[in-house]
Design a protein around this ligand. Structure first.
Ligand code: C2E
Ligand code: CA
Ligand code: CA
Length: 665
């Protein structure tokens, strides 16, 4: 806050400023006065000389000229040295001294030309002295002392001369001059008072104006601060969501014409949550600041870079060539975000995905354009992350469907509209049933059949994967419990678990709880995981170990499709490998696929892992697989996935095991 003294000058300062104004006022007219004074001196001398020439008159005039010249020089010095401002009191003293010297000179004038009478020229001198005194007083309304210094001596001698002459006329004139003198002095004091008053008022007005403008500056400073707080992200210093929305809306939805070229980038960090969770919020903040700095470094001065919240960023790219520049910025940030960030001496790699939408092709208003960039980002993440996705209209309907699925899932899950079907697994040698796989089914009145991967993705997005798995596991356990009554002993039940669920640390607890609740032997439950889950062992290892310990069987699904290495298989206790259906298609005719399947079966044997081949659709495929040494299979040829309630009827209708049918054909 500003202290009160700063608002206006203090007492001493006020006095000094007023003195300075007085000195400047006196100085301002003095040069002209001195010239006039010299001229009047000349006419006086001429008058006196004409009435009676004398040496003393000439000397007086010469001395007056010299004095006035000296006073002029003094005045110049005061001006050039800026004495009125630096030392106004001294300047006034010097000016008063000069005025006194001038006054003393003029006080000699009535005595010049011999005698002290009141003859013609003397009357003229009296007139002149009264005139120049009045002039001096009028000239110096700001500061009466200089005027008094100048006027007093000549008036005194004038009055003295008149009194000395002691004629009736001279006495009357002396009285007049005295009265005039008193009046002039009074006027001088009054005008000085007026000057001082006006100066004080002026200073007060200036101080008030200053304090007002200071207050105004303070207010506008606070306002700017508030405004920037409302529009800035405090961590990164980038614009925040409010600023971003306003800018985009101004550009596209405002009254002014939209810019000719504009593009929008939506950016999302790939592993931010994991870093925040494992390394702490401090590390998370460092990551965000560093990414913000990298992003600011590649964006142009006319672009708007904003942090929308969490690990989401966005850039509005404007100006010439915006789409091409936005593409470059998008590619650059994806590349730069993949370079390590140093956090307390540890290099951390984060990665980012970006989505690009261009105005007006992908949206003419702010909302649509942003939604398009977001969709492109979504697609980039789905496509494997760490890439730039470009919006295209096909994406929109896909994303729209996904949004609808996400909106409908929670209710449909709660209402039991998301169901589970079961597909049998059989032994190729005799057609005996060795197990079932539980598979999700959801038929929605508006959305039609929603595929299991769609359901799983929506559940993940809504953070209800656990609920979904619990739902499947409970139904699977129910059927498993009924199987012995249907004549199926020691038959396993497989459920699918997506790799992402392993990072939550709740999966094993959940399944152990359900097995206990349903009184199920965990060794009859098989957890199908994909190769992806095995690859990310750091995240999945704990949960896998706990499932193993609890007695659950583990199967690797879609084997042969991913990147799992033999080393991984050896390191883990895997009970089953499920060979992907793509290896089976056309196996009766494809030597290549036959060789591949043989190799996979060989691996299984060597590691004592059971092999189940998926997607067996024809009798000839089943036969070929049996000949290749494959023992177990699953596929439409044996049975399509069916509701639990249909299993009993299906078993009853299954007079001749399909394998015998095949071999008999
Ligand atoms: P998956 O685990 O490989 O499941 C086998 C898929 O192959 C199932 O598709 C099944 O219906 C289909 N299938 C079985 N036999 C044949 C055949 O002879 N020919 C053909 N063309 N297809 C056959 P579905 O039910 O559409 O499931 C697709 C994927 O969704 C599953 O692939 C699995 O990865 C996932 N999924 C299904 N249910 C769940 C679940 O409860 N949880 C999780 N996390 N994923 C599930
Ligand atoms: Ca499966
Ligand atoms: Ca599979």
């Amino acid at each position: 806050m500003v202290e009160p003294t700063r608002k206006g000058p203090d007492q001493d300062e006020t006095a000094r400023l007023i003195r300075s104004a007085q000195a400047r006022a006196v100085l301002s007219g003095i040069s002209v006065s001195l010239l006039a004074n010299s001229f009047i001196g000349l006419t006086t001398v001429v008058m006196l000389w004409l009435s009676r020439p004398s040496q003393e008159v000439l000397w007086w005039f010469a001395a007056l000229l010299a004095l006035n010249a000296a006073r002029l020089v003094g005045v110049r010095l005061l001006v050039t040295r800026n004495m009125c401002v630096i030392a106004p009191e001294r300047a006034l003293g010097i000016l008063s001294a000069g005025a006194l010297a001038g006054g003393l000179f003029w006080s000699a004038a009535p005595l010049l030309g011999g005698g002290l009478g009141m003859d013609g020229p003397k009357a003229y001198v009296i007139f002149i002295i009264c005139g120049i005194s009045a002039g001096a007083l009028m000239q110096s309304t700001a500061y009466s002392r200089t005027a008094l210094c100048f006027a007093t001596p000549p008036l005194v001698t004038t009055i003295a001369c008149l009194l000395y002459a002691a004629t009736p006329v001279s006495l009357v004139v002396a009285a007049d001059v005295l009265l005039l003198t008193v009046m002039m002095f009074r006027a001088s004091f009054t005008s000085q008072e007026g000057f001082l008053r006006s100066q004080r008022d002026r200073l007060r007005a200036v101080a008030l104006a200053n304090s007002l403008s200071e207050a105004n500056a303070e207010i506008s400073q606070s306002y700017q601060h508030l405004e920037s707080m409302a529009n800035r992200d405090p961590l990164t210093g980038l614009g925040n969501r409010a600023l971003f929305n306003e800018r985009l809306r101004n550009l596209l939805d405002g009254a002014a014409a939209a810019p000719a070229s504009l593009a929008l980038l939506a950016i999302d960090l790939d592993r931010f949550k994991a870093i925040n969770d494992t390394m702490g919020h401090g590390a998370g903040d460092m990551v965000l600041s560093e990414i913000a700095a990298r992003l600011s470094g590649i964006a142009g001065p006319s672009d708007t870079v904003a942090r929308l919240g969490g690990d989401e960023f966005a850039v509005i790219v404007e100006g010439d060539d915006a789409p091409a520049r936005a593409r470059m910025i998008g590619l650059d940030i994806v590349r730069l975000a993949g370079e390590p960030i140093d956090i307390d001496g540890r290099p951390v790699v984060i990665g980012a995905s970006a989505g690009l939408a261009v105005h007006p092709e992908h949206g003419t208003d702010a909302r649509t354009l942003f939604a398009s960039a977001d969709i492109a980002l979504y697609a980039a993440k789905e496509g494997g992350r760490r890439r730039l996705g470009m919006f295209n209209p096909v994406l929109r309907s896909r994303i729209e469907r996904r949004r609808q699925i996400e909106a409908a899932l929670p209710d449909c899950l709660a209402l039991g509209q998301v169901t589970v079907h079961f597909q049998p697994q059989v032994a190729l040698s005799d057609g005996r049933i060795i197990g079932f796989e539980a598979l999700l089914r959801w038929s929605h009145p508006d959305l039609g059949a929603v595929s299991p991967p769609e359901i799983v993705a929506a559940a993940h997005a809504l953070h209800v994967s656990g609920d979904l798995t619990a739902h499947v596991a409970r139904q699977a356990a129910d059927l498993l419990a009924r199987l012995p009554a249907l004549g199926l002993e020691h038959v396993s039940m497989a459920i699918n678990v997506s790799p992402r669920e392993f990072t939550g640390r709740t999966l094993a607890d959940l399944l152990i709880r359900i097995a206990a609740e349903k009184r199920i032997d965990p060794s009859l439950m098989e957890i199908e995981i994909t190769e992806e889950a095995m690859l990310d062992r750091a995240a999945a290892a704990d949960e896998l170990a706990r499932l193993e310990q609890a007695g659950f069987r583990l199967a690797v699904d879609d084997f042969g499709m991913g990147h799992s290495s033999l080393a991984l298989l050896v390191g883990m206790r895997i009970d089953r490998l499920k060979i992907d259906r793509s290896f089976v298609a056309g196996i009766s005719h494809s030597r290549e696929n036959q060789a591949l399947i043989s190799a996979l079966i060989g691996i299984g044997r060597a590691l004592s892992i059971e092999i189940v081949v998926e997607g067996v659709e024809t009798a000839s495929e089943a036969e070929t697989l049996r000949m290749l040494g494959c023992r177990f299979a699953q596929g439409y040829h044996f049975a399509r996935p069916m509701p639990a309630g249909d299993v009993e009827a299906w078993l009853a209708a299954r007079e001749v095991p399909p394998m015998r049918q095949a071999s008999g054909a």
